[in-house]
Ligand binder design. Structure first.
Ligand code: HEC
Length: 167
């Protein structure tokens, strides 16, 4: 092949790569339309809305707090009444049993596919209420956070329930 043709081919190749890269980075209108649908992802601060009356808020309502700090700072405001423990048990059955198992021994059905959680009744004696609360809220090393689906008061009820199964 003549040198001029080689140069021409290389030029076409480089132009092609640059064009496709540009399409992804700069984004053609239809590409952006797929990635950033405006109804779903408004730009931060562009507008806000309030929740319609009677709906359940999701998302964290408290300022961020690391588990280490929460363990030291937070105290359980909910007394461990039978009603609180019953609410906590309901939460546990709804959100935790799948991994932690019925009695918290780490034998829920998901534990076989995911990580096997520790035996809660035997390790919780070493944890403060604030630590347990923050684990529920923030999640653990691999445990997913639950703050967005369990409101603060019910998290403390869960802590009361966990204490009731502690050995
Ligand atoms: C998807 C599975 C999964 C779910 C759901 C889950 N956990 Fe966990 N949890 C784990 C795993 C795995 C660990 C151990 C590793 C870690 O800390 O992330 C753990 C650890 C913990 C610990 C011990 C943390 C420590 O360091 O001592 C507590 C307490 C706990 N979970 C409570 C709960 C409660 C309460 C719920 C329900 C709101 C819940 N978990 C939901 C998987 C799960």
């Amino acid at each position: 092949m003549r040198p001029r043709n080689v140069l021409l081919l290389a030029g076409i190749a480089i132009a092609g790569i640059a064009a496709s890269y540009g399409a992804v980075v700069v984004g053609w209108p239809w590409y952006q339309g797929l990635v950033l649908p405006r109804e779903v992802k408004p730009l931060a601060g562009s507008y806000s809305w309030s929740l319609p009356a009677g709906t359940v808020p999701t998302g964290e309502t408290e300022p961020p707090l690391a588990r280490r700090e929460a363990a030291e700072l937070l105290e359980n405001p909910n007394p461990a009444t039978p009603a609180s423990i019953a609410t906590g048990k309901e939460m546990f059955a709804t959100y935790c049993v799948l991994c932690h198992g019925n009695d918290g021994h780490g034998d829920g059905p998901v534990s076989e596919k995911f990580f096997k959680p520790p035996d809660l009744p035997s390790i919780m004696g070493r944890r403060t209420d604030g630590y347990l609360y923050a684990t529920i809220r923030n999640g653990g090393v691999v445990m997913p956070p639950h703050g967005y689906r369990i409101p603060p008061s019910e998290r403390w009820d869960l802590v009361n329930y966990l204490r009731s199964i502690q050995e």
